[in-house]
Write a protein that binds this ligand. Structure first.
Ligand SMILES: Cc1ncc(COP(=O)(O)O)c(C=O)c1O
Length: 401
């Protein structure tokens, strides 16, 4: 593929609306401006070295942790930065199990976890751990009692995501945690909250959670930075080794500019939290209902209303390939992703869509739109003008008309 030629042929559409915030996000100028000084104006030193630029870096790290910790009601020392949400999930699953291996051999996850939870859990099964995947209902929601049934004295770790990244289903996490603690209060409980953060209120103390993953680019921060909340006193082992800096569990020099950007994005997401949520929910429902009523043979993936994250719209367009839709919409400046195997980097259609009972062909025609606070009603109206025509065109072509 010659990307230069492809881009030339594509051209720059008159209007652009970026909805692919699931995979990589647009960053506001405020977040960029917060990061820039830390590349070459201030705090570009090593945060563990004792000179002015090192102290500035240390101060920036501390302030960022204070900001992030305050949004989830945790303490600064409970935040460990990683270079992504993927790394934070690996640290939670592998590091959590390794540090607590005397607790048992059973690991429980849901069937719709992000692959950065599923793959490390499956890896541990090669080392004698028994991994149980709890199914979800057709809206993508786990029944807490199904988890309760499999918790026993041999259970070491439970990992259930707070909000699903593909279909926006919000799990009854507090209920799950209470049931797990009631059956065995030693179990380490982790939640991947990358898609819940900034969309639903999170209070780690009220939840009574041990470990929680966050990721920068899922809230309008830069990609390549994440963190793991580790409740004070919970044991986690290092999973990578090297020169330690300010963090006990994650060696290497901290990426101060990205961490500053992550904390700035968190600050902005939480500054007008209620207003942002109302706005995103309104746009979500307008887009979702608009597509479902104007395009026939469509299926909504995931729940409606309060059980769904305010930013998530996921619709299967029958008799269409996801790849054809992403390309056709791109020509009109609308950028989305698909749960089809052809557009993702793995060879299987989305395991999340299969877990809620979608057939292969339904998963192949699925499109994910992720709304962010800076989207406007005009963006949604533009999408609603383009989508029905584009789907019509794709269906006609695939029928050979
Ligand atoms: C729910 C969830 N967890 C974890 C991750 C991984 O985060 P990162 O892209 O920072 O590695 C993602 C990324 O999209 C996600 O959606």
């Amino acid at each position: 593929m010659n990307v230069e030629q492809l881009l030339k042929a594509h051209g720059k559409p008159e209007r652009e609306v970026y909805f692919d915030n699931e995979n990589s996000g647009w960053i506001s100028q405020e977040v960029v401006d917060a990061m820039l000084p830390y590349f070459n104006k201030r705090g570009y030193g090593h945060p563990s070295i004792t000179h002015r630029l090192g102290w500035e870096a240390y101060e920036a790290l501390y302030n960022a942790s204070e900001k992030i910790a305050s949004t989830i009601n945790s303490d600064v020392k409970e935040i460990t930065y990683t270079h992504s949400g993927t790394e934070a999930n690996n640290l939670a699953i592998i590091g959590g199990v390794r540090a607590n291996k005397d607790l048992g051999k059973k690991i429980i996850v849901s069937s719709i976890e992000h692959l950065s939870v599923i793959f490390p859990a499956e890896k541990l099964s090669e080392y004698g751990f028994n991994v149980i995947k709890i199914p979800v209902n057709n809206e993508g929601i786990v029944d807490p009692h199904e988890i309760g049934k499999v918790i026993d004295k041999n259970t070491i770790l439970v990992s259930i995501m707070y909000v699903n990244h593909e279909i926006g289903s919000i799990q009854p996490l507090k209920e799950i945690i209470d049931i797990v603690r009631d059956k065995n209060d030693k179990v380490i409980i982790h939640t991947d909250a990358a898609d819940a953060y900034g969309r639903i209120p999170i209070d780690v103390k009220k939840l009574d959670i041990d470990l929680m993953t966050l990721s920068g680019h899922k809230i309008g921060g830069p990609r390549g930075v994440g963190c793991l909340y580790i409740r004070d006193g919970v044991k986690v082992d290092k999973i990578i080794y090297g020169q330690l800096s300010t963090q006990e569990l994650w060696p290497g020099v901290e990426n101060v500019p990205l961490i500053v950007g992550f904390s700035k994005a968190a600050e902005m997401m939480f500054k007008n939290f209620e207003k942002n949520i109302r706005h995103m929910r309104h746009l979500r429902d307008t887009l979702m209902n608009g597509i479902l009523t104007s395009v026939d043979e469509t299926i909504l993936n995931g729940p409606r209303g309060d059980k769904r994250a305010p930013d998530n719209v996921n619709i299967s367009f029958l008799h269409c390939e996801g790849e054809a839709i992403t390309v056709e919409l791109s020509l009109h400046g609308i950028y989305v992703s698909s749960g089809s195997a052809c557009t993702s980097r793995i060879l299987q259609p989305s395991h999340v869509l299969l877990a809620i009972g979608r057939r292969y062909e339904e998963a192949h025609g699925s499109i994910l739109f992720k709304i962010i606070p800076s989207h406007t009603m005009d963006d949604i109206k533009y999408a609603l003008k383009i989508i029905p025509k584009s789907i019509n065109r794709i269906r006609k072509i695939s029928l050979g008309e």
